[in-house]
Design a protein around this ligand. Structure first.
Ligand code: LMR
Length: 349
């Protein structure tokens, strides 16, 4: 009887804490929670498990940690974001399933990986579609960008923000890549995306889908010869140490959809949603600058490490790559319609 009463009392106190906290938050424009929630158990606090596949010292790794710290600070520990980096909990593919099942509440996969659920997102994989991170942002906030984010909701994912990494470069252990012919028969690790698969087929290479955690071991063992990724991912995963050549091609953009399980999001108190969005906006701006800095820093490292031969794709070579890869645009339009392409800044009238 006593334990039932205790339980009831605990619940009433918890509800009172939540109500008071919410009222206080609204009245002081989202400043810190007045109550110390350190003593509350996991069941009494809000816990957000945030899983991702990259290292901690990457733009996504650092941003997710900063997000966790700021959320804890602004809610005085009432909301705890537990970050699981490096595929520690779930690998590519698995993390999306885990999110949809509610085993984790938040993930930030590369846009290519979302394409297994919402195929139209493969627009982001089209080669040479974007020339800067600003163009990517412009596209994401365009009317079709909004259609794309809405499609996530229909699949049980709530879109919170878009985080940057940077442009992808080609690396391999066989020869320098100048022209499309140089790709012939090279075996490439790719993310799961039909556009990426077709990209390498058009270049005469042999693409294999592999999860990110397998990139280094597979290249190290020589099971595959090549891959495409950003400077930060290349250095962070030590990929440069098992590859001999890199072409700085900036041919594709790698960015992340920061998403939550839609049901979990809808179940959060309004005040908490406001704080999370507020923090995310701040972290997103910080992350964009950081991504640029980290990629520049890792590029400088690669340029001076004498550990990989670097070729800068010339304008003439770029035209040859574009020519070889142009059929991708036609097949995308055939499958999903021209509107997704029309809003890419360089195609806008
Ligand atoms: C990859 O799989 O190559 C990247 O998407 C990893 C990441 O999340 O940056």
């Amino acid at each position: 009887m006593l334990t039932v009463l205790e339980g009831l009392l605990k619940k009433i106190i918890l509800h009172l804490v939540i109500i008071c906290t919410a009222a206080f938050l609204v009245s002081c424009s989202m400043e810190n929670y007045p109550v110390d929630h350190e003593q509350l158990s996991e069941e009494e606090r809000i816990v957000i498990r945030f899983s991702h596949v990259v290292g901690e010292d990457t733009p996504k790794g650092l941003a997710s940690r900063r997000f966790a710290e700021l959320v804890e600070e602004r809610t005085d520990g009432f909301v705890e974001v537990q970050v699981f980096p490096n595929s520690f909990l779930y690998r590519d593919g698995e993390e999306l399933d885990a999110l949809l099942k509610g085993d984790v509440q938040m993930i930030a996969p590369a846009t290519s990986k979302i394409a297994s659920v919402v195929k139209e997102w493969q627009v982001m994989d089209l080669p040479f579609a974007f020339e800067s991170a600003e163009e990517v942002k412009e596209y994401i906030s365009s009317p079709v960008g909004k259609v794309l984010t809405k499609k996530l909701e229909q699949e049980g994912m709530y879109f919170l923000s878009f985080w940057d990494n940077g442009f992808k470069q080609m690396t391999n252990n066989q020869r320098p890549l100048y022209e499309p012919e140089d790709f012939k028969n090279l075996t490439f690790r790719i993310m799961e995306s039909e556009v990426l698969e077709e990209q390498f087929h058009l270049l005469g290479a042999v693409p294999h889908v592999e999860t990110f955690d397998q990139v280094f071991p597979i290249l190290e063992k020589g099971e595959l010869q090549a891959q495409e990724n950003t400077f930060s991912n290349i250095v962070n995963k030590n990929i440069h140490s098992v590859q001999d050549y890199m072409t700085v091609s900036n041919h594709g953009y790698l960015g992340y959809l920061v998403i939550m399980n839609a049901e979990f999001w809808q179940g959060l108190p309004d005040e908490i949603q406001i704080i999370l969005l507020d923090v995310l906006q701040e972290v997103t701006e910080w992350e964009a600058e950081l991504a640029e800095e980290v990629n520049q820093e890792k590029y400088e490292f690669l340029n001076t490490c004498h550990c990989i031969e670097i070729h800068q794709l010339s304008e003439k070579e770029k035209l040859l790559w574009e020519e070889a890869l142009n059929p991708l645009y036609d097949s995308y339009v055939e499958r999903f319609g021209a509107e997704y392409i029309d809003f890419i800044p360089k195609f806008k009238e």
